[in-house]
Write a new protein. Structure first.
Length: 118
């Protein structure tokens, strides 16, 4: 199955304070998002695996990183991403084989982690 990325309200590329490549996007999680189907029927939330897959796909599209990862480090799910939520996603390329990501809603951290590619 091909990844279905969210419809971004805004999306930009830039550099971090440490001059590392950066992707920044904002989206509203649509209630009909395919990844909400069955997860969970009475209270849908965006699965963590979908959150990581979006990071992998976006990094691959913009920086030609591999689409498979070797390991996941410092992964944290602080809060649920619910339908209708407006979410900011920041991805930073730390090294050729590593990115960090953070999903947030304003000042509220939703999830974050570091992915190391094969």
């Amino acid at each position: 199955m091909q990844t279905q990325l969210p419809d971004f309200i805004s999306f930009s590329e830039g550099l971090s304070d440490k001059e590392k490549p950066l992707l920044c996007g904002r989206f509203m999680l649509a209630a009909d998002c395919i990844y909400l189907q069955g997860h969970f029927p009475s209270t849908p939330i965006l699965p963590g695996v979908a959150q990581m897959d979006w990071v992998i796909q976006l990094a691959g599209q913009h920086w030609s990183t591999p689409t498979s990862i070797q390991r996941i480090e410092v992964l944290k799910f602080n809060d649920m991403i619910l339908p209708g939520a407006t979410v900011d996603l920041v991805i930073e390329r730390k090294r050729e084989d590593c990115v960090t990501f953070k999903y947030s809603d304003g000042d509220k951290a939703l999830s974050s982690g570091r992915l190391v590619f094969n």
